[in-house]
Design a protein around this ligand. Structure first.
Ligand code: GAP
Length: 440
């Protein structure tokens, strides 16, 4: 349940995200386009880190996963096969007074804006439809994918023919998905354009439970690796009446967002429904041939599905911290090193001493090459620079001072390294820095 304090937390996060260049309202100078958000340099870096860690864990570190990058625009028939044309709809109600539209499940029977009476609910299909080519007829109707999953299913046979993988194996994809949400809300939580990271993991029917359990464990360990505390992530066993009709088991992994406990990601056993549908609608065989048993069958599927933007928000929410440091209040992002958009910021102690600036720049260029994701900052006094870096979650600030240049000979080529969370400083040799940062 939300309360004032938690509303406040959301406001602080949205305001920090905008002020420091993480996330901006989409089309902002034109008054904003509801349900769209633009990621600025730091938000993009954070998002890329989250995606790269996923790709590393679920694709590169395994031998049973194949990457894919399918087209966003997909043939109309594919969405007829998947059931989205007929069934990908939310019940929508309209206020009879102010004519605003809402998802029925987000109202208490009255208009949330003006308390007016609401119309009967009607089904509203959430797919964005468009036309391809110059002729406007139904054969030219195409859709922006509302999930990346179908791009994977329609390529199942291609991957099978090109690589001859043995079951079980997965196809993984990161990419944009589009849904014409009736009421986008809660910052990047529910948007009309968002990013998904999905795997379709193909298995023999009799092995679905083992693979479901194993993937569930991997999902939880990935979430934890981003710095989202495990005890804030809950498994919701979705009851049969709320599951898609073809799913035999679904777990929604929910997170305590400031606006309530909501779905972060999901794990579903989709049986062999999708591949069977595509076989029927396309007329193309989707069978797998088991060389050992000589059997031909359509594999079953376990689907771990992540929304990148919901992870970004969960990471920001988990990291946002207010404390006191050196007798002064501060707010900062206690981001895990692996997701932090900037790993270290390099400062010359004084801006007007060329020898310090040159040395700091040299160090900055070296660390950029060796570590990547570092920043140079010579603007304002050191205290202000610390606060600026704390606010965006930079774990370390490295200062080049006169001792670095040899004022105290025993400290030649050493720098101070300040820890974001404790404010503690240590003196390290420049030659130790790459190792020090890489070990984090
Ligand atoms: N292929 C399965 C599928 O798409 P879903 O539960 O509809 O399942 C999967 O979506 C994930 O995509 C969700 O758990 C959520 O993280 C993300 N997601 C869904 N709709 C979203 C929206 N409107 N805005 C942001 N993320 C969304």
């Amino acid at each position: 349940m939300t309360n004032k304090k938690e509303d406040n937390l959301m406001e602080k996060i949205v305001s920090l995200a905008k002020r420091r260049g993480f996330v901006f309202q989409g089309s902002e100078i034109y008054g904003g386009l509801a349900g769209t958000w633009d990621y600025g340099p730091l938000g993009l870096a954070l998002k890329n880190n989250i995606k790269n860690l996923w790709w590393q864990k679920f694709v590169l570190d395994r031998e049973d996963m194949y990457g894919l990058d399918a087209a966003i625009i997909m043939a109309g028939r594919a969405w007829e096969a998947s059931g989205h044309v007929a069934g990908f709809a939310d019940p929508m109600v309209e206020c009879e007074k102010c004519h605003k539209r809402f998802r029925e499940d987000q109202t208490d029977g009255k208009c949330p804006e003006c308390a007016g009476n609401l119309s009967q609910a009607r089904q509203f299909n959430m797919m964005f439809k468009t036309q391809i080519g110059a002729v406007e007829d139904s054969s030219a109707t195409v859709y922006l994918r509302p999930e990346t999953a179908q791009g994977i299913f329609v390529n199942f046979k291609n991957v099978l023919d090109a690589y001859h993988p043995k079951l079980p194996f997965g196809i993984a994809q990161i990419g944009k998905a589009f849904r014409n949400e009736i009421t986008p809300r809660d910052f990047v939580f529910r948007t009309r354009e968002f990013e998904q990271m999905e795997i379709e993991y193909f298995t023999k029917e009799e092995n679905w439970q083992d693979n479901f359990t194993a993937l569930h464990k991997e999902m939880r360990s990935y979430i934890e690796s981003l710095g989202i505390p495990s005890d804030k992530v809950y498994d919701l066993e979705v009851p049969e009446e709320d599951r898609a009709f073809y799913s035999k088991r679904t777990i929604d992994l929910e997170f305590d967002y400031p606006f309530g406990r909501k779905e972060l990601c999901g794990l579903a056993y989709r049986t062999n429904y999708d591949l069977s549908q595509h076989a029927e609608f396309s007329g193309k065989d989707q069978n797998y041939f088991d060389e050992q048993t000589g059997e031909k069958f359509i594999p079953h599927v376990i689907e771990p599905s992540f929304g990148v933007d919901r992870l970004v928000l969960a990471v920001l929410t988990s990291a946002y911290t207010e404390d006191e440091l050196g007798g002064e209040p501060r707010s900062y992002l206690k981001l895990n090193y692996n997701v932090a958009p900037i790993k270290a910021a390099i400062f010359p102690l004084l801006k007007n001493k060329p020898e310090l600036v040159d040395k700091a720049r040299e160090l900055y260029r070296m660390l950029k090459r060796e570590v990547g994701q570092v920043a140079f900052d010579d603007n304002g006094n050191i205290g202000k620079r610390y606060r600026r870096q704390d606010e965006i979650g930079t774990p370390y600030c490295i200062t080049v001072d006169f001792d670095t240049l040899g004022e105290k000979p025993e400290l030649l080529d050493t720098v101070t390294v300040r820890d974001r969370d404790t404010g503690d400083q240590q003196r390290l040799k420049i030659s130790e820095l790459v190792e020090f940062l890489k070990s984090k």
